[in-house]
Design a protein around this ligand. Structure first.
Ligand SMILES: [Zn+2]
Ligand SMILES: [Zn+2]
Length: 137
């Protein structure tokens, strides 16, 4: 998502865009996007500072780090970015910062559900689907 600082009106503006996850290089071994990432940003300019309140919505498929099952999750997050308005370089590309923010948040999101029971360390059974007959030690 790009902003042109010379085109921000006094009252600010709202931008909406659907970003191809490939262009953000967001996919990792554990996280795949199942569609476009919806980005909504409220842009404001105060003297020479530009702020963006960004809201992200994405449908992801994650591989649960406990039970290794794939699960769909709705990823939703908000972030605030700020830039210095440079009249000589009016275009600001926020993609890199958005990507960095998401990458920082990612690792805690790779559970199929918050209370995933994981796999039995002895027989490998998915304990979300029921107990196994291994003795608990
Ligand atoms: Zn799981
Ligand atoms: Zn077991």
């Amino acid at each position: 998502m790009k902003i042109n600082v010379n085109q921000i009106p006094l009252e600010g503006l709202t931008l909406e865009e659907q970003i191809d996850p490939c262009s953000l290089e967001l996919e990792t071994e554990l996280v795949k996007a199942s569609g476009l990432i919806k980005v909504k940003a409220g842009i404001a300019k105060i003297t020479n500072a530009v702020t963006a309140d960004v809201e992200l919505n994405a449908a992801l498929r994650i591989t649960c780090s406990r039970c290794l099952k794939e699960a769909p999750v709705m990823y939703r997050t908000q972030l605030k970015l700020s830039y210095l308005a440079e009249p000589r370089e009016p275009e600001i590309n926020m993609d890199k910062d958005i990507r960095e923010y998401i990458m920082l948040e990612y690792p805690i999101k790779t559970l199929c559900k918050p209370d995933c029971k994981g796999l039995c360390p002895q027989c490998g059974k998915n304990l979300n689907e029921g107990g196994c007959s291994c003795a608990i030690t």
